[in-house]
Structure formats: structure tokens, C-alpha cells
Ligand binder design. Structure first.
Ligand SMILES: Cc1ncc(COP(=O)(O)O)c(C=O)c1O
Length: 386
């Protein structure tokens, strides 16, 4: 049961969720039938006709428009990439940063964002890390901003403890201080509503194999197209303002596309983009806000049960500061992961314990099955929660 949508109907679209207790959407989502159907259509078309490429490319643009609507921006501000890492590297290298400039980040945030910026050390750019605290907002960053600060970058939701940082207040701070703002929304997208205009971000990037339900190999990048000075580090025909009709490359017409296509390189991951079109239809039909609230309800239920058992939560607890769907609990992964696996429960090992992460298809029953297993083992004397 869900107060927000017909979760039993949604669950039927995810056969994996019927076969096991799948509490690992923060790692990757199981595939849903409509997503598989979109990929199968692509494969069948390729098999039977070597592909109607114009139809395939039309679908790319339809999906781009859906992504834009989903994020509240224009289709011209959306580029398709390979994953979060690529999106973050494109963003980091497009910022006009020079030796002596600095970027603020959070210590322990996702490495795929952090390394994209650490690589700028080669140019003499300094990366300064703030400590990770349960609440991170504009006030957290303010004391660290000085005359060298040019940009802030962080995750919206953290993968290792489910913080949900106040990116709107940080975006407002960046706008006020004229800083570039780059946000990794990989863990948030598809579960937490994202209004990119409200974030006032320069770039927003993610992959699509978690909340967006698509297999690995597809990423998204939003770029604030008013910031024309942000140029791609790489160039391909597809990223040009004018692609020569004869496809003979000339040195005199190298202007980048006025749209986010300036950041795209070559052919697309067509089946994944088509799949994303299908998954966005699913997500929009349910409503991200409903998915968020459903996951929050599952989380409240989980936390109440864990309190009863004396199992701690790592990371923030209040709805205002926690992600709806990621809960890391103080059960050492070395002792608990294989136990869960043996009992048909999929979760992830994390730095400080076991990560339980919900998807749109999870139910209270899934939580109860997990809690039943924890209770059973803890009741045996030799096992204790950390
Ligand atoms: C916050 C965050 N960023 C990025 C990634 C993944 O990066 P990529 O899409 O490049 O594999 C993950 C998890 O896989 C993540 O949790």
C-alpha cells in the first residue's frame, strides 16, 4: 500500500522486485518492462531494417524535450553524455578557471565528481574541501569563500549516507557571489523533484541507471545557456554551430553550437536514450513528488523499526535533510552483507554500514522482511548492531 500511488501496479513492471527483496536502487535500478520494451523495439528495428536512423534521431530529440520538461529547462540546455563522470568532467573543463582560482567541494563526496575537479590542479586550480556535515547549505560555504573562489560543486544527495544538501540556498549564494555552480544529481534524479531554475546551477549532471531506470552508459548534462563563455574542451562535428554540408572539416568555422549540443561528441547511445523516453513517461505518470513521498514513508517505517532494534542510522534523520530513499545503517558490511544475500535481500556495503535504498516499486512489506531478518540475527546473542 502507498498513500501516494498504486505501488502494487508499479511493482508488476519490475519482475526483479518480485524475485528478491530489492533494496539497492542507489546502486542500480532493476529494469522495468516499458524500458525493456523500448530497447527491444530498437533492437528489432536494427535487426529487421538496419535502423531507420532518422526515426531513431527523432526519438533522441523527443527524449531531450522530455528531459528538459522534467528538469524545468529548455531542450537547448540538455546534452546527452555517457555518465555522471563525463558530465562532471565536461563541466569542470568548460569553466574558465586559471592558476590561482579555487573551487569549493565537500570532503568525502562522490569521487566521480571530485576527481573531475582535482584534475584541474594541473592548471594550478586549487580545490578546497569543506568537512561533510549532516546539514550543508549556503551558511556552510559562506565562511570558505574568498577572493580566489570561482566555483562550488557537490552532490545533491550523497551516495554513502543519504544527505540531501540544500542546493537551492547554495545556488542563491553562488548567484550572489558570481560563482559557477555544478551539481551532481545522480542519486537524486527520479526520486527527488529537481527544478533546475530554482537551483540556479551552471551545470547539472548525472547518469541514468538509478532513479531514471535505464541501463548504464547514458548520462545527462544541463548547461545554463546564458553562459556562452563556457566552451567545450573537445570538439566534434556534432558540437559545431555549423556542420559543413560536405563534411569537410575547415579551420575557419569552429564556433560551438549555441545549444548544449556543443558538449556532445559523435553518435548517441540510441537504445538507452529511447529507454529513457519510456522511463520518463513512467516516472511522470506516477509523479516524482509521489515517488519521493512514498520513499519517505518507507524510510519513516524503517527508522521506527530500527529504533526498536537499537540499530543506528548514519547520516541525517530529519526529512528536511535526508534523502527520501537512501538509509545507511550501523550494521558492519563485513558481517551483514553475505547474510542479507543468503536471504534474498539486495543491499549495498557502504563506508559506515549497510546501505538500504528504495525505488518506486518498494513496499512496506519489503521493509518488514528486511527488519525481520535483522531482528532474527540480532536476537542471537553473538550479533550486535554497531
Ligand atoms: C553521487 C553519485 N555520482 C556519480 C555516480 C556514478 O558516476 P558515473 O555515472 O560516472 O558512473 C554515483 C553512483 O554510482 C553517485 O552516487
Amino acid at each position: 500500500m502507498s498513500r501516494h500511488y498504486d505501488v502494487e501496479a508499479v511493482r508488476k513492471e519490475f519482475p526483479a522486485a518480485e524475485r528478491m527483496v530489492y533494496l539497492d536502487s542507489g546502486f542500480q535500478a532493476p529494469l522495468a518492462r516499458p524500458v525493456v520494451a523500448a530497447i527491444e523495439t530498437f533492437l528489432r528495428e536494427g535487426l529487421e531494417s538496419a535502423g531507420p536512423k532518422s526515426v531513431w534521431l527523432d526519438r533522441v530529440e523527443q527524449t531531450r524535450a522530455k528531459v528538459a520538461r522534467f528538469l524545468g529547462v529548455s531542450a537547448d540546455e540538455i546534452a546527452f553524455t555517457k555518465n555522471t563522470s563525463e558530465s562532471m568532467n565536461i563541466a569542470a573543463n568548460a569553466l574558465p578557471l586559471r592558476a590561482g582560482d579555487s573551487v569549493l567541494m565537500i570532503h568525502g563526496d562522490h569521487p566521480n565528481n571530485t576527481y573531475a575537479f582535482l584534475n584541474l590542479k594541473k592548471k594550478g586550480v586549487r580545490i578546497d574541501f569543506l568537512p561533510m556535515t549532516d546539514v550543508v547549505n549556503a551558511e556552510t560555504f559562506l565562511p570558505y569563500i574568498d577572493g580566489t573562489t570561482r566555483a562550488i560543486s557537490l552532490s545533491h544527495v550523497t551516495f554513502h549516507a543519504g544527505h540531501r544538501f540544500d542546493i537551492e540556498s547554495i545556488g542563491a549564494l553562488c548567484a550572489d557571489k558570481k560563482l559557477y555552480f555544478v551539481v551532481d544529481v545522480m542519486q537524486a534524479i527520479g526520486v527527488v523533484p529537481i527544478d533546475v531554475r530554482a537551483i540556479q546551477a551552471t551545470f547539472v549532471g548525472c547518469g541514468s541507471h538509478k532513479g531514471l531506470l535505464v541501463p548504464q552508459g547514458l548520462g545527462l548534462l544541463y548547461w545554463d545557456q546564458t553562459l556562452k563563455e563556457l566552451e567545450p574542451a573537445y570538439l566534434a562535428a556534432a558540437s559545431l554551430a555549423e556542420i559543413p554540408d560536405d563534411l569537410i572539416a575547415r579551420p575557419d568555422r569552429l564556433a560551438s553550437s549555441p545549444t548544449a549540443r556543443r558538449f556532445e561528441l559523435g553518435n548517441f547511445n540510441l537504445p538507452a536514450i529511447h529507454a529513457l523516453g519510456a522511463s520518463l513517461d513512467m516516472i511522470e505518470q506516477i509523479g516524482v513528488k509521489n515517488i519521493q513521498n512514498h520513499c519517505f514513508d518507507l524510510g519513516d517505517h524503517l527508522l521506527a523499526q530500527l529504533d526498536d532494534l537499537g540499530v543506528s542510522l548514519i547520516g541525517p534523520r530529519q526529512r528536511q535533510h535526508r534523502s527520501p530513499h537512501i538509509y545507511v545503517v550501523g550494521l558492519p558490511a563485513t558481517e551483514w552483507l553475505s547474510y542479507f544475500e543468503e536471504h534474498g535481500v539486495r543491499v549495498s556495503p557502504e563506508r559506515d554500514g549497510i546501505r538500504i535504498s528504495f525505488g518506486m516499486f518498494n513496499t512496506i512489506d519489503d521493509v518488514d522482511r528486511l527488519v525481520h531478518l535483522i531482528r532474527g540475527r540480532l536476537s542471537k546473542k553473538s550479533f550486535k548492531a554497531a
